[in-house]
Design a protein around this ligand. Sequence first.
Ligand SMILES: C[S@@+](CC[C@H](N)C(=O)[O-])C[C@H]1O[C@@H](n2cnc3c(N)ncnc32)[C@H](O)[C@@H]1O
Length: 217
Amino acid sequence: MKATYLDSAVGQYLLAHSTWSDDVLDALAVETREFTGDSARMQISPDQGRFLTMITQVSRARNVVEVGTFTGYSSICLARGLGSGGRLHCFDVSEEWTAIARRYWDKAGIADRIELKIGPAAERLKELPAQLAVDLAFIDADKVSYPVYYETLLPRLAPGGLILVDNTLWSGHVADPTNDDETTQLMREFNDMVMNDDRVDSIMLPIADGLTMIRKH
Ligand SMILES: C[S@@+](CC[C@H](N)C(=O)[O-])C[C@H]1O[C@@H](n2cnc3c(N)ncnc32)[C@H](O)[C@@H]1O
């Protein structure tokens, strides 16, 4: 488990009572650590991955957008939750990291459901076809651009559509009034923006580093 807001015994119990064991994802986690070193911390955790698969399934999402693909862990989890004909549109700036993702999409047998666009997502998101209605989006890229990703994706969602946003608890720093580092302040501003947006309802879940689930009215 990544950052946890539970004590360790409860955290271990939770892990032992959730299903997620998977050879492809385990191998991807190992290769990501070997190839990217410290950057491997950016990868989502297995419990979060299982949640992404389940929420994609239960929401019956057909068109899913991911902003921040890295080496592919979350994209595999999202793509696995898609029903027949479903598509995942991925965005990332890194050719190098997403080359690993492409290999694992093949291994996981889901490459034909995924389209990847390389470049700054704030620009490349504008290339999504105008008629494409997004059912579910997962935002997990540069924190400074979270408001732009949110404002770009929200109008594309049908009523009932979902946006999931990662790292919204930022290791708990957002709730520490003595912490005023730049990213903590950005995350607080983003969280306040969502909370004050009357177009949506939202819930902040203590999964991994905080995952906010936002539902458009
Ligand atoms: C936290 S990682 C994503 C982790 C991924 N969801 C996973 O499960 O492994 C953030 C990713 O955002 C990408 N990124 C950073 N700035 C970006 C930008 N302006 N546009 C698109 N992607 C960006 C990085 O290249 C990195 O791969």
